[in-house]
Design a protein around this ligand. Structure first.
Ligand code: PGA
Length: 251
């Protein structure tokens, strides 16, 4: 089995000004800088530059929370991959359920965003996941299959391993209701199997994270599942101590 370095990514959503970002990193960098897992901080757009500058001398990487698929154009309010690259950003979250739910993010757009990010040199963190009624009516497998097939359609087989996928069941996001380690493992193994149907080699390399109410006290059990390669952490990543505890759990 290939060695996959775990990733712990902090999705701050619409939290933390530049000043708060600097304060968090001043406290957090000494705690997580020498850890084994890769650590990625995902602040809001205005705080990206400060985060890039603060993390420059460390192993911590910085990702944005969204981008447009075109490099430039008449798309008011949007930000492109080359603009993120110019800031020194390393990656970008794409297809978060909050963007799908509140901002009309579609699989069609994601099919263009994921390869656009890769081509620009950004590591995409693609989020997929079912909602509560879909899980209750046994549609999880169908939903994940549809999202993975559609969202990765534009990525060449030999580059699939460069994408990071986050399995985030919508019913577990911000609810305090975490998926059980078995549910996370089952869904993530399914996702890896979908990648395997395109390339066995890339399926062994691709990192698939779990996200949804990850906390210091449940992180270790979730991340120790054989197919779970880390976590995308929302609420619990806002506190330097809590986030450091989650990173430590994955080490
Ligand atoms: P949460 O959010 O950890 O607050 O549930 C996770 C996410 O939305 O990425």
């Amino acid at each position: 089995m290939p060695d996959r370095t775990p990733i712990l990514a902090a999705n701050w959503k619409m939290h933390k000004t530049i000043e708060e970002t600097e304060r968090f990193l001043a406290e957090s960098l000494p705690r997580v800088a020498d850890s084994g897992p890769e650590v990625v901080i995902c602040p809001p757009f205005p705080s990206l530059k400060a985060a890039v500058e603060r993390c420059a001398q460390s192993r911590i990487r910085v990702a944005a929370q969204n981008m447009h698929e075109e490099p430039e154009g008449a798309f008011t309010g949007e930000v492109s991959a080359p603009m993120l690259i110019e800031l020194g950003v390393d990656g970008v979250i794409l297809g978060h359920s909050e963007r799908r739910q509140h901002f009309g993010e579609t699989d069609e757009a994601l099919a263009r965003k994921v390869p656009a990010a890769l081509d620009a040199g950004l590591e995409p963190i693609l989020c997929v996941g079912e909602n509560e009624s879909q899980r209750d009516s046994d549609e999880t497998e169908g939903i994940l299959t549809r999202q993975i097939e559609a969202d990765l359609a534009g990525v060449p087989d030999e580059r699939l391993g460069e994408v990071v996928i986050a399995y985030e069941p919508i019913w577990a996001i911000g609810t305090g209701r975490t998926a059980t380690p078995e549910q996370a493992q089952e869904a993530i193994a399914l996702i890896r199997g979908l990648v395997e149907s395109r390339s066995a080699e890339q399926a062994g390399a691709i990192r698939v994270l779990y996200g949804g109410s990850v906390k210091p006290d449940n992180a270790e059990e979730l991340i120790s599942q054989p197919d779970v390669d880390g976590a995308l952490v929302g609420g619990a990543s806002l506190d330097p101590e809590g986030f450091a505890a989650i990173v430590a759990a994955a080490a």
